[in-house]
Design a protein around this ligand. Structure first.
Ligand SMILES: Cc1cc2nc3c(=O)[nH]c(=O)nc-3n(C[C@H](O)[C@H](O)[C@H](O)COP(=O)(O)OP(=O)(O)OC[C@H]3O[C@@H](n4cnc5c(N)ncnc54)[C@H](O)[C@@H]3O)c2cc1C
Length: 316
């Protein structure tokens, strides 16, 4: 593959036998979420907020509404408080917070941060600086929260622009490059690792994949042939996506990660191929929540018929 890059020395072209795409993920900003209203200052994503506070020591206002109630939302609330501002509320369209009970309880009871569930942001208000956000409850009621800062958190999308421009096959669920267990993409010589293949997992997962993909890169550079694309691995609703999402029996992953779009109580996952049940597994004792990692072992991968059809993961 040939990469076109722009750096301090200007544009350059880099030719490499192997490339690892690790371009990460970003939170969808207000514009991508199509939130109507004015265009005032004081509108952030968590990434922008953390840079403003921790890198540049900027003033981020006095009263902030945090949109989202997942782990990164609670991290954003902590950043707001570290900057000396008040968190007016956490607002989530879901019926409950998507974080550990202890963290949700500590924010509500110890820090006095209200959690508005089943609620969306309907409009941003204010000229020059944000003056408030209009929120709408699922039952139609609306209210205005007075604030000068709003932080849109979570709702991650992979930074897949390079992958798209390089013509890599994308997975319809993750919207990142489709990869097999050893993180081969559809294009020989191009690997992908980290949050570009699963937006998002914790930093440790991304780092582990980075270390793991090095072995596959070395094998390839030493002459190991690029594997066939393998079979697609797809999920059925309410599951949203799974990664890795191509199956080459010679390259099983350490494990699979998935997401659900609705809360699930003690879910059981089933893996089928052409109507044949390959495996059934309860991935933990508790509930599975949207925006939180759900994992599936890979020990069934050897039972896949490489000449068969698509492999599907569904709920029992
Ligand atoms: C706001 C936010 C908060 C988070 N908080 C936590 C946390 O508290 N704990 C935790 O464990 N994890 C957290 N995560 C997740 C954590 O950041 C990731 O798991 C980890 O950093 C992912 O590593 P990565 O290498 O996949 O991507 P990243 O660390 O995002 O790195 C991607 C890199 O690729 C670069 N890049 C992208 N496109 C191009 C291009 N075209 N050309 C050149 N360079 C490019 C980017 O500039 C970036 O430097 C957070 C993520 C975000 C976005």
């Amino acid at each position: 593959p040939v990469l076109t890059a722009v750096g301090p020395g200007g544009p350059e072209t880099i030719e490499a036998r192997a490339v690892v795409l690790a371009t990460g993920a970003r939170e969808r900003p207000r514009t991508a979420r199509l939130v109507p209203g004015t265009r005032p200052a004081g509108v952030y994503t968590t990434g922008e907020l953390q840079q403003a506070v921790h890198l540049f020591g900027q003033d981020v206002g006095a009263r902030a509404v945090v949109v989202g109630a997942e782990d990164v939302s609670y991290a954003a609330a902590a950043t707001v408080r570290a900057a000396g501002a008040e968190v007016v509320a956490l607002v989530t369209e879901h019926p409950r917070a998507q974080t550990g009970r202890a963290r949700a309880r500590a924010a509500r009871l110890c820090q006095g941060i209200p959690l508005l569930t089943d609620t969306t942001v309907a409009e941003l208000l204010g000229r020059g600086r944000l003056s408030g956000v209009r929120v709408r409850h699922r039952d139609g009621r609306t209210a205005v929260l007075v604030c000068d800062t709003v932080v849109f958190t979570g709702d991650f999308v992979p930074d897949h622009e390079l992958a798209r421009r390089g013509g890599l096959a994308l997975d319809p669920g993750t919207r990142g490059p489709a990869v097999d267990g050893a993180l081969h993409t559809s294009r020989p010589g191009v690997f992908a690792a980290g949050n570009v293949v699963h937006a998002v997992e914790r930093a440790g997962t991304a780092a582990g994949e980075g270390a793991g993909v090095a072995g596959a890169v070395l094998d390839f550079l030493a002459g190991k042939p690029w594997p066939e694309p393998g079979l697609p691995l797809a999920v059925e609703a309410p599951l949203r996506w799974i990664a890795p999402n191509r199956i080459t029996p010679a390259a099983p992953p350490a494990r699979y990660v998935l997401r659900t779009s609705t809360p699930l109580t003690r879910p059981v996952l089933r893996i089928h191929q052409d109507g044949r049940l390959l495996h059934s597994e309860r991935p933990g004792l508790g509930a599975a929540l949207p925006n939180r990692p759900l994992t599936l072992t890979a020990r069934w991968t050897g039972r896949v018929d490489p000449k068969g059809g698509e492999v599907r993961v569904s709920l029992a």
